[in-house]
Design a protein. Sequence first.
Length: 176
Amino acid sequence: MAVDSFTTRGIRHTCDRLLYDRVNDAYGALEFLTTLGFVDSRRVALMGFSAGGIAVLQAVQLGAAEALMKQKFQAAIAYYPSCSAMSGEMAVPTLILVGERDDWTPASACRKMMERRSGKGSPLKLIVYPDAPHAFDAENLKTGISSFGHFLQYNELAAKRSFQDSHVFLSETLGH
């Protein structure tokens, strides 16, 4: 299920601010999914990209929003999120995928977050793709652009590896 937190709120982007309602939107979607007979609530993961990746980390950070929710995600994947304000303590197994050349959400902030972790909570894995900038999985950015002063460009190798890494993570975490 893809959750659109923008359209109904008349928002075009959150590149210049955070939208905290996205966490509640994610849990609302999870609540809905669990009412569907064909959904196994023990196998629902949360995935987001950039600002959506930040929302993913906020949603599954140990002791934060997830502590108040009846339904729980079972895994999480965050593509190129900002890690600077995160504790790194997650309530569910979490995978973070970032590019080494990302000048918007630097890999160095995620590495520092990993170093700060106390070991509480669920496993957290960080994968950094060499030569990959922000939005490395966006095929429509093959020529690269500047957005809000940051460079975004598709990197085919990083994109393919990230999809493979995501599939392996979900398979190992949620089972087949």
